[in-house]
Each structure stands twice: as structure tokens, then as C-alpha cells.
Design a protein around this ligand. Structure first.
Ligand SMILES: [Zn+2]
Ligand SMILES: [Zn+2]
Length: 73
């Protein structure tokens, strides 16, 4: 899979991840990783928490942000 950002610029590079929101493939230099805490566990067991990384492409990372989206045209 090739990086979508690089592909748009006429270059080819292997992607390391896929944008969580739009599905675009992105390479390490272009990926924006959002780290969030995710809680696990049932009502019975002891709840756990771990950091979950969500890769996003640079363009969409901003566009997908609600705060930024309101400012976009
Ligand atoms: Zn790229
Ligand atoms: Zn994206």
C-alpha cells in the first residue's frame, strides 16, 4: 500500500498505517497518531485501561477535529 499524501504529490512510498477515519494509507512521516485512553472490563471484573493509538492522515486529522471543522469553509 502506498501513502496517499505522497501519491498526491507524485511520489511513491510505502504506507505504515491507515487513517482511522477516511481509510487513506499514510506513511510514518505523514501519519498523525491520536492517543486516547480506552477502558476495558465488564461490570464484574476489574476495569482496565490502555492507550489506544488511532492513526490519521494529516489532512483528515484536522478536518475530523470538530473544533477545527467549524472553522473550515
Ligand atoms: Zn506520504
Ligand atoms: Zn484520513
Amino acid at each position: 500500500m502506498h501513502c496517499l499524501e505522497c501519491h498526491a504529490e507524485g511520489r511513491g512510498s510505502n504506507a505504515v498505517g491507515v487513517c482511522h477515519t477516511c481509510g487513506a494509507a499514510v506513511r510514518a512521516q505523514h501519519v498523525r497518531t491520536v492517543t486516547r485512553s480506552v477502558r476495558h472490563g465488564s461490570h464484574i471484573g476489574t476495569p482496565g485501561e490502555h492507550q489506544e493509538r488511532t492513526p490519521r492522515c494529516p489532512v483528515r486529522a484536522e478536518a475530523h477535529s470538530p473544533a477545527v471543522a467549524e472553522r473550515t469553509r
